[in-house]
Design a binder for this molecule. Structure first.
Ligand code: ADP
Length: 473
């Protein structure tokens, strides 16, 4: 029974069966009543014909007597009904075709006779006990007055049998149909429940951490689609868990390196009897390493914030203005490494973004352009816009990125040249932050590079057109 408990399929099947049963019941009742109605009409026509023949045979008579009635009936012969009664104007039976219960001389105390003697035609037909039972009565008129009546009773077992057979066959067909439906519903319900339970079981397994579990489902129905979508979902879960694990392991590794250096340097200071200059140098190295740790944790925080947040505090940001701010911040570094910063900034390059995001994107790209450059080189930034988007180009004349590395540079902790990156104070997180932030602001980023010649980053963000008066203000 557990198989069916709480099963929506069973509920559906029951609902269908109830609807089908009601439809079949209606069909049975409708066809039965229609068949009976047709039979009654046929019977009415046939009885009416016979009774009128008898009644019209007395048209010329002024009064009725047993003799005149017997005379007419002997001329008419057998009219093929179960019983024929002819009464006078008082309802006294003058003729009775029944031999066993002959009522001649008695008063026919029948409602139909009373009505017929009142000048009315009467007909009644019922289907009972497998037979069609009908009676009819008509007045015998003479000069517009009833002088008697003809009463006919008919018991038709043959017609009754036709009705009985027809109704029995329709009912039997309905039962067979209903039985077939119950069987089909039960089979479908069991099969569907089985497939549903398979999916539920897989969901439970995945919930308990078995992300590699896959549902094997044959067929081409909704369950198969559900299973395919579920398998895709677990693939994504597996992927994201692997990325997460990789990220945690990379982050711990990256954080371990400066910590190990700090430990080594401080142990050396404690153990060795060193002169003041060497000690100062060691302490300064410890300072550099802790700066690196601070920068890295700062970047990790930015990255996790970019992962978690969706942009909600939109503001209108002028990218050209942000480039100027970034240049002001990076001029000391550029001077120190003898790299020239130049720019070509169009007016009105507005985007709907978060100012900090825009600043971080431009800062990281320009800083990389300086860091991975050589003395005498340059970084050139161009900001322009079309009616749809704002384009930011950051081009440098630096060392370039090897083609094989280009597809990896947006990965977290990826560095082409670890030593150079470390020396330049890099963490391998700058470009992945840029990538996250650009995507978060509905933009795109592309890179092209030639080793030894330089690199160009192209960022595109949706353009935000300010109203003229707003712009002027
Ligand atoms: P990092 O903190 O090491 O600079 P990024 O994520 O910013 O990390 O960059 C990843 C790697 O891509 C860098 O280590 C560097 O090797 C390479 N790279 C990034 N920008 C440039 C550039 N403008 N020119 C040459 N190489 C670059």
């Amino acid at each position: 029974m557990r198989l069916f408990s709480n099963s929506s399929q069973l509920r559906n099947a029951l609902a269908y069966m109830v609807i089908a049963s009601l439809a079949l019941m209606f069909l049975n009742i409708y066809s039965a009543s229609n068949t009976r109605e047709l039979m009654f009409q046929a019977k009415y026509a046939s009885v009416q014909d016979k009774i009128q023949v008898v009644a019209s045979s007395f048209e010329t008579a002024d009064t009725l007597s047993t003799e005149t009635v017997d005379q007419v009936i002997s001329v008419l012969g057998d009219i093929n009904v179960s019983r024929l009664l002819i009464t006078d104007a008082e309802g006294k039976v003058l003729y009775d075709s029944s031999v066993n219960q002959n009522a001649v001389g008695k008063f026919a105390l029948l409602e139909a006779v009373v009505q017929a003697l009142g000048g009315n035609d009467v007909f009644h037909c019922t289907y009972h006990a497998g037979a069609l039972q009908s009676y009819a009565a008509v007045p015998i008129m003479s000069r517009a007055n009833p002088i008697g009546c003809v009463y006919v009773m008919d018991f038709d077992a043959e017609q009754g049998e036709i009705i009985e057979n027809l109704e029995r066959n329709i009912l039997r067909g309905s039962w067979i149909l209903l039985g077939g439906m119950v069987l089909c519903s039960a089979v479908f319900s069991v099969v569907s429940s089985k497939r549903m339970r398979k999916i539920l079981l897989s969901m439970r397994l995945v919930r308990e951490g078995e992300y590699s579990h896959k549902i094997q489902m044959r067929g081409d129905d909704e369950y198969t689609t559900l299973a395919t979508e579920f398998n895709k979902l677990t693939d994504r879960l597996q992927e994201s868990e692997a990325t997460q694990r990789q990220f945690v392991s990379d982050a711990s590794h990256e954080l371990k390196t400066p910590l190990a250096s700090i430990k080594l340097l401080s142990d050396s200071i404690l153990q060795n009897d060193m002169d003041a200059d060497t000690m100062r140098e060691f302490v300064s190295d410890i300072g550099n390493e802790s700066d690196r740790l601070t920068r890295m944790t700062q970047k990790l925080l930015t990255l996790s914030k970019a992962d978690a947040e969706t942009v909600c505090d939109h503001e209108v940001v002028d990218l050209s203005e942000i480039v100027r701010r970034v240049f002001r911040m990076l001029v000391p570094l550029a001077d120190k490494t003898e790299v020239r910063l130049t720019a070509n900034l169009d007016r009105g390059c507005f985007v709907l973004s978060v100012e900090d995001d825009a600043y971080q994107i431009i800062f990281n790209l320009v800083e990389n352009g300086i860091k991975y450059n050589h003395s005498g080189g340059s970084v050139h930034v161009t900001v322009s816009h079309t009616p749809e988007e704002v384009e930011l180009l950051v081009e440098d004349t630096g060392m370039g990125i090897p083609q094989t590395s280009i597809e990896h540079i947006f990965e977290r902790f990826y560095r082409v040249d670890k030593a150079r990156s470390r020396q330049a104070g890099g963490s391998g997180l700058g470009l992945s932050i840029v990538h996250e932030l650009v995507e978060r602001n509905f933009g795109s980023i592309a890179v092209s590079s030639e080793e030894g010649k330089g690199t160009r980053f192209t960022v595109r963000l949706p353009f935000f057109a300010l109203e003229e008066d707003e712009n002027d203000a």
